[in-house]
Design a protein. Structure first.
Lengths: 343, 309
């Protein structure tokens, strides 16, 4: 457990310690609480190691080693062509991003990530929870409504982007223009005008249009999670609350909501992670490029025309990593700790 | 805990119908309001998809003249034919399958192994490994993309395996990325599930002299089938819907699987929204079929990873 708090050094550790840990584990188990004998001998031992090490090697090679290398690269200046071009740059990339030429892009991107997070919480999450509450009331056609709200969830966010771009946000014929344009053309996408503006930073109209399209997909996801949670609440609990004279809001607030705590935790986790990793739909709908998220800044600086310095892209990536790793480890270690305690 | 999630979701329909039967009440005003609200929301929710489908059958000139909401004068499959010709979708489906099925099988197979050794046996670092895999899956992919991109460009592959002569730009790269990344989520779900199987299973099998591999393949895996079905459905959609890995690692649009290939089409057809609508429908069809056929597993999969603290 304590080793888990040190994710960045994992790959070097993972392999050597495993081989050793197996020995220690079996000696520990020999006198063990579970009353076992030495767990693995002979061919079982080799099978155990293979089952452990093959998946771990692939996962660590694809996820953790590149993550550590990103952090290392963020301290360099490199055009990515030859290793001999790589120069040590210390914190120069961070300096340029936070204080220098890229300050505006960076803080606007962070702000957009924050808008996204707030929006997901106050829009799709509340709406999804509300829909789940309504659909839990065993109403006629409940399954149909559920399918309707859930259908967008199975679509790729990229496809969601194309559908909204064409059908909803077309300047002239889009349904959003038809409904709200009052006969005028409306540039829903690409409009960089700020709705709220504080000193050069704000929420652009373009980004708001993207958020609405995202909500279309995210709401159903949240709804399904809460619906599963509500279905598992004992029906007698709901009934006894209404017999006790609680009104709907009181029943929800004081009886149902507290029992949904595990779902609330997972919804918070999903929402934070989604807000940090959102990419596809913004990439599709963000033309001309201007409304950036941290994930988009990272990618633009690593691949394609803007990618003259991989060090800078890696510095964006490292900041993205720092923003989420604490949260991720907190959730994951708690999850497994609770599980150990309850089994 | 995971168990309650599964039984609750799969048990939901029966419970719901039972409640309807026993508690059929006259329609109260509150119920009418509820239904009106849900119907309005439902119509709003279906609008983007239904209108895409509708536009995909109509000539571009007609929707240009009358708008998307007008009554049709002509309905045909021309847009689909255009999309098929320009977008080469039959090839794309094939290419997607070549990436999707190996990724899916390998991910589930490898994840089930690590979940098995880390959740069915207690040893010093088993929790550490579970944390490693689960946390790895929760990181944004953008964090690891630069080193992977630079490494893949430098790993040579023979011509029959890659158009570019190296790992970058080949299907192998995408498969490897999916397997490495998605394994984390599957390990998380499967280990939660396997934890709940009775401890005595392993012990009884060991007393009978079963090897570790036999316990895995003959005792534990058959019992994990519901979780595997749910994960397979969910991962099918996730891998099929992938956009990021393919856009970054397949620079040539022709090589891309179908979801990310739409990105090039969007650019080419930007003048003809109805062809893009038809192309989007092409992309949506397989995942929709899987969703409607396996809805139960799909939803179980989502809640499987979630309904426990």
């Amino acid at each position: 457990m304590t080793t888990a708090a040190e994710p960045s050094s994992t790959e070097e550790q993972a392999e050597p310690t495993t081989a050793g840990s197996d020995d220690q584990a079996s000696t520990q188990e020999a006198g063990g609480q579970r009353g076992g004998r030495s767990q693995f001998v002979g061919s079982d031992r080799r099978v155990f190691l293979a089952m452990l090490l093959i998946p771990t090697t692939i996962h660590v090679l694809i996820v953790w080693i590149p993550t550590v290398l990103s952090i290392v690269l963020s301290l360099t200046k490199w055009n990515g062509i030859q290793f001999s071009d790589l120069e040590w740059a210390s914190f120069e990339n961070y300096d340029q991003i936070i204080l220098g030429a890229f300050q505006q892009d960076f803080f606007q991107a962070i702000l957009n990530n924050v808008w996204l997070l707030l929006f997901l919480f106050f829009g799709p999450t509340l709406l999804g929870m509300f829909l789940a509450y309504l659909l839990d009331k065993s109403i006629r056609g409940g399954r149909i409504y559920q399918s309707v709200f859930y259908t967008p969830v199975v679509l790729s966010l990229a496809v969601v982007g194309f559908i909204w771009q064409n059908i909803m946000y077309d300047q002239e014929f889009g349904l959003a223009t038809w409904a709200f344009g009052g006969g005028e053309n409306v540039a829903w996408l690409g409009n960089q005008e700020f709705l709220f503006d504080f000193g050069g930073y704000g929420l652009s109209k373009n980004f708001l249009a993207i958020l609405v399209a995202m909500a279309w997909r995210h709401t159903g996801y949240i709804m399904v999670l809460y619906l599963a949670g509500l279905k598992s609440v004992d029906a007698s609990l709901k009934e006894s609350a209404s017999l006790d004279g609680c009104n709907e809001w009181q029943t929800f607030r004081h009886v149902l909501f507290p029992t949904l705590k595990p779902i609330n935790v997972i919804v918070v986790v999903i929402t934070v992670i989604e807000a940090l990793r959102a990419f596809d739909i913004v990439y599709v709908l963000n033309t001309p490029r201007n409304t950036e998220l941290l994930s988009i800044l990272t990618t633009d600086n690593l691949i394609g025309e803007g990618a003259d310095n991989i060090g800078r892209g890696s510095a964006y990536a490292t900041m993205l990593f720092l923003l989420c790793i604490g949260f991720v480890l907190w959730y994951v270690t708690n999850h497994y700790r609770n599980q150990e305690a309850s089994v | 805990m995971t168990d309650t999630a599964i039984t609750s979701t799969t048990g939901a329909p029966e419970k719901a119908t039972r409640l309807i039967v026993t508690k059929k009440k006259p329609l109260r005003p509150a119920r009418v309001v509820l239904h009106v609200f849900l119907i309005v929301m439902g119509i709003l929710w279906m609008t983007p998809l239904v209108m895409s489908l509708y536009a995909s059958f109509r000539p571009f000139s007609e929707t240009q003249a009358d708008g998307f909401l007008s009554l049709p004068k002509e309905l045909n499959l021309d847009n689909y034919q255009d999309a098929l010709e320009q977008g080469d979708f039959l090839d794309k489906y094939w290419n997607t399958a070549l990436i999707l099925f190996p990724s899916l099988l390998l991910t589930l197979f490898l994840a089930s192994m690590i979940a098995f050794v880390a959740s069915r046996y207690t040893w010093r670092f088993n929790i550490f490994f579970l944390v490693l895999f689960t946390a790895g899956n929760l990181l944004p992919q953008q964090i690891m993309v630069a080193p992977l991109f630079q490494a893949f460009r430098r790993i040579p592959l023979p011509d029959f395996m890659s158009n570019s002569g190296n790992l970058n730009g080949s299907n192998w790269a995408i498969i490897l990325l999916h397997v490495g990344f998605q394994m984390g989520f599957c390990t998380f779900v499967l280990s939660n599930y396997m934890k709940l199987l009775p401890k005595e299973l392993n012990e009884a099998a060991m007393v009978d002299g079963a090897s570790l591999w036999t316990i895995y393949s003959k005792v534990v895996m058959p019992l994990t089938r519901p979780a595997m079905a749910a994960l397979a459905t969910l991962e099918f959609a996730w891998i099929y819907n992938d956009f990021f890995w393919a856009v970054i690692f397949e620079q040539r649009g022709d090589d891309r699987p179908i979801t990310s290939a739409l990105a090039n089409l969007g650019g080419e057809f930007v003048t003809d929204t109805n062809v893009v609508a038809a192309a989007s429908i092409f992309v949506i069809i397989p995942v929709m079929i899987v969703y409607f056929a396996l809805q139960k597993h799909f939803i179980a999969g989502l809640t499987l990873g979630s309904t426990k603290g």
